[in-house]
Design a protein around this ligand. Structure first.
Ligand code: FAD
Length: 384
């Protein structure tokens, strides 16, 4: 007999939702992906200027160190279970050719983010995972032991729900803060959303004379607050007509967004001189690479990604109050938390099944096509 509720409804077909869907399918969990936009992975397509720096080739421990607290403490279980090497291996197993940069950043060898999104498209198709597009979810309600996922014209019943609706930057990609609203409506605390990894407006005349210059080497940015240097990054600095951007500046902005000092000074060093900006104004959240803030980490069990107060409700990716520096950390976080949520649902549904005297006999992903159209047979019931 067919069940009248899907085991897992995944809201959001971005990095976290897609990785979760592939993992859930490989674990035999029946799931559906519900995506607001006409296609999945819109934000992934624009990452690293369309090249998709999906991870950094470093051990889990180093990744956690770079994430810093409170993100590292929360993400430890997810990152240890699905470190960058596992993400790369999973994508490689699915036929993606990978290019490693000298500093360890990983990209598809083609330089096309679309190839990463295609891997997930193939996995979902081969696994026959139902995908609803043009389908903005409007609300999530508890109903009996499970949930009612409300869309405009109909509703879906689900035993478990994974909210993977992303942060609030680049709202045209579909991430507009719905997941944070669902969390609030279900009684969970949400930290205010603000721009992380973003540039700063600057009125500095000397700096504005360099507008249009991009320094890839010999440049740095640092933040001083409370009379000491709180962070310093070497790397790209770009001088814009409105101010400064580039990886070194972005990473500084992440520190400021997370720690919210009363006042701070941003110092920029370039081969053409040093510049000081006092309490510069960050660019708006809609332009940020990542959102700082989101579903409070206290509300979610880091061992499972399940809401502590709402059994069966899971969160993954940027909808949570997690963020990382530039360099592939944010996609890795989305993938790893998505995988952990799906694994947890698999465990939960298996336990529930065992209690009812059922045995696990889930379908498995049979094969995937690589990007040249060849079929790549999968070994066993792999992660994705
Ligand atoms: C310009 C730019 C460049 C970046 N470059 C990199 C990079 O190179 N490396 C890196 O690691 N990170 C990068 N990032 C960050 C990274 O893209 C995000 O952290 C990551 O995509 C977050 O994944 P997610 O699945 O949580 O959210 P998203 O990828 O934003 O996916 C959320 C999905 O949920 C859908 N959704 C939202 N609300 C609803 C609803 N109500 N109903 C149904 N669906 C809904 C959205 O349409 C969207 O498809 C970049 C970000 C930007 C903006």
């Amino acid at each position: 007999m067919k069940a009248d509720a899907v085991e897992l409804a995944i809201i959001g077909g971005g990095a976290a939702g897609l990785f979760a869907a592939a993992t859930a399918r490989a674990r035999g969990v029946g799931c559906v992906v519900i995506e607001r936009k006409a296609r999945v992975g819109s934000k992934m397509l624009m990452t690293a200027n369309g090249r998709c720096n999906f991870a950094k080739d470093i051990p889990a421990e180093r990744m956690l160190e770079d994430l810093g607290e409170p993100v590292a403490g929360f993400a430890r279980n997810a990152v240890e279970a699905c470190p960058p090497a596992a993400i790369a291996a999973a994508l490689r197993d699915c036929g993606l050719r990978i290019r490693r940069m000298e500093d360890g950043r990983l990209f598809p060898a083609s330089g096309k983010a679309a190839d990463v999104v295609h891997v997930f498209g193939d996995l979902l198709r081969e696994g026959e995972v139902p995908l609803l597009v043009n389908a903005p979810v409007e609300g999530v309600r508890r109903e009996g032991d499970g949930f009612c996922v409300e869309l405009r014209d109909f509703a879906l019943r689900a035993g478990n729900v994974l909210v993977a609706t992303g942060g609030m930057s680049f709202p045209k990609t579909g991430s507009v803060g719905d997941g944070q609203a669902f969390a609030k409506a279900l009684g969970l605390r949400v930290e205010p959303c603000r721009a992380g990894l973003v540039g700063y407006n600057a009125g500095d005349r000397a700096l504005s004379r360099l507008a249009g210059r991009r320094y890839e080497s010999g440049a740095w940015a640092r933040v001083e607050a409370g009379g000491r240097v709180v962070c310093r990054y070497e790397g790209e600095v770009e001088v814009e007509a409105w101010g400064v951007s580039g990886a070194a500046v972005y990473n500084c902005s992440r520190w400021v967004a997370r720690h919210r000092p009363r006042g701070f000074t941003l110092r920029i060093g370039t081969p053409d001189g040093e510049f000081t900006l006092v309490n510069p104004e960050p660019r708006p959240l809609k332009e940020a690479i990542v959102t700082v803030g989101g579903v409070s980490l206290d509300e979610v069990d880091p061992r499972t990604m399940e809401a502590r107060k709402v059994p069966g409700l899971y969160f993954a990716g940027e909808v949570l109050d997690i963020d990382g520096p530039t360099g592939g950390y944010n996609l890795s976080l989305a993938f790893a938390t998505g995988a952990l949520a799906a694994e947890s649902v698999a465990r939960r549904t298996r336990d529930a099944g065992a209690q009812k005297g059922m045995t696990e006999n889930g379908p498995r992903v049979r094969a995937v096509r690589n990007l040249d159209g060849e079929r790549v047979r999968r070994r066993g019931r792999g992660r994705i």
